[in-house]
Design a protein around this ligand. Structure first.
Ligand code: SF4
Length: 437
């Protein structure tokens, strides 16, 4: 979500005549797109922001903007503590960046009713220029904000309540992406399963599935509570919807899930995961896990480990609980010591490594449809791409154009990637071998 916001801001600045640079000392404007989900990200931002003080002294015309969730939460306080900052705006106001940089003096926009220059226009998301980093795969926002108020999460406070984009506007954006040569779209929302429009999320997937040129459809994130039968049918039936779902579990303990205000029990989650596995053979399920949520006991931790074994996730994102100011969990008693959180996280990651390798090994000897992304960065001379289940494959073959689809025979599985041979190339090799005999 944040990365796509960065693409939008880069697109706006490009439209205003700026070009991108990796060197802060060469920049005329520096935009920090911040994330406040975890304390670590916030600390990193603060130290990077501190470095801009001397830059601004050397180049007084340099403009510094702070965007994203920290901006939304701390508003004017950021300028108060960091006078080198010119603009502060939350995720709901990023579309006004173009107007903002033409305004003299500082601007703070951190709400649905922004405080700032009244000349700033309202611009809808579909009008925004986007500088996409990839020419094959594109992110497309379908909704903003979240209504769930999980007790540990700042998103409902920083991104506001759920708002769905009209289906027609999403369809139009994806149709244009297809005409521009994009092959894969990932639909973005904090909880795509609660997407609301006259056609609902299933209807939206069906419409996009019919767009010529688009080969693959993905979506993140799905809330387990709202995962519907219709969505399972869509993954099963629609040819372009990939057999992969990111379904955050967070904990294997129903008691902890209640404390997190997740709205489902471990048993509810397992029923849905089971249905996905039975109805869609070969589906990849990935998840998020938080270790050391307040009051988490050894038994709760063991329940999470057991859940990992029971579902056999293809991959997980696991983090230590991070207390975020303003959330309910921040003021909960029975905080788990950091050393215990670290130990539990290490155990979870070690177990998952084992499971991921086992799942990947099961793919050795199979044929996988791979969407080519380009030359491999890690494996020189090889091509890289992803399976429909979102696994990275490095392979040797004849097809090298990004965006092409290759049938790749998997010859070796590792934890983070697969190694394969393009089946076309394999036939060539076999043919040559026969000739040789
Ligand atoms: S569903 Fe929960 S964790 Fe996800 S964004 Fe909403 S409040 Fe945060």
């Amino acid at each position: 979500m944040n990365m796509h916001d960065s693409e939008k801001m880069a697109g706006i600045l490009l439209n205003e005549g700026y070009t991108l640079t990796d060197a802060p000392q060469d920049a005329d404007i520096i935009v920090f797109n911040t994330c406040s989900i975890r304390q670590k990200a916030e600390q990193k931002f603060r130290s990077e922001l501190g470095r801009t003080k001397s830059l601004k002294k050397e180049k007084p015309f340099l403009r510094i903007a702070v965007a994203g969730c920290i901006a939304q939460q701390q508003g004017r306080g950021i300028i108060k503590n960091n006078p080198q900052v010119d603009y502060v705006f939350g995720p709901q106001n990023l579309q006004k960046l173009g107007d903002m940089i033409r305004t003299d003096g500082s601007v703070v926009l951190t709400g649905d009713n922004p405080v700032g220059d009244s000349a700033l226009r309202e611009i809808s998301d579909s009008d925004l220029p986007v500088l996409r980093k990839d020419a094959i795969r594109a992110w497309v926002s379908i909704m903003y904000g979240c209504n769930n108020f999980c007790s540990y999460c700042v998103v409902p406070y920083t991104r506001g309540r759920e708002k769905s984009r009209p289906a027609g506007s999403i369809y139009e954006e994806i149709r244009k992406l297809a005409s521009a040569g994009f092959k894969e779209v990932t639909l973005l929302g904090q909880n795509v399963n609660s997407y609301k429009s006259e056609i609902g999320f299933g209807g939206l997937l069906r419409q996009i599935d019919a767009i010529e040129g688009i080969e693959r459809i993905r979506f993140v994130t799905s809330h387990p509570r709202d995962l519907s039968e219709d969505l399972i049918e869509c993954i099963k039936e629609l040819p372009k919807v990939c057999e992969h779902i990111h379904l955050p579990l967070q904990s294997g303990s129903s008691r902890i899930l209640k404390g997190m205000n997740r709205g489902y029990t471990y048993e509810d989650y397992m029923r849905k995961a089971d249905k996905l596995i039975k109805k869609i053979p070969g589906i990849a399920i990935t998840t998020d896990i938080i270790t050391g949520f307040p009051s988490e006991t050894v038994d709760d931790h063991v329940s999470t480990m057991m859940a990992l074994r029971a579902v056999e996730f293809d991959g997980i994102f696991a983090f230590k609980f991070s207390s975020r100011p303003g959330t309910k969990a921040a003021v909960m008693d029975e905080k788990v010591p950091d050393s215990v959180k670290s130990q539990r996280l290490a155990e979870i990651l070690e177990l998952q490594d084992e499971i991921t390798l086992k799942k990947n090994k099961a793919l050795e000897g199979t044929m996988q449809e791979v969407l080519i992304e380009g030359a491999s960065k890690t494996d020189k001379g090889k091509i890289t791409g992803r399976t429909r289940t979102n696994k990275i494959v490095n392979f040797s073959g004849n097809k090298v154009s990004p965006g092409q689809i290759a049938d790749v025979s998997i010859v070796k599985a590792m934890r983070h990637s697969l190694v394969g041979i393009d089946s076309q190339r394999e036939e060539d090799i076999i043919f040559k071998d026969k000739d040789f005999r």
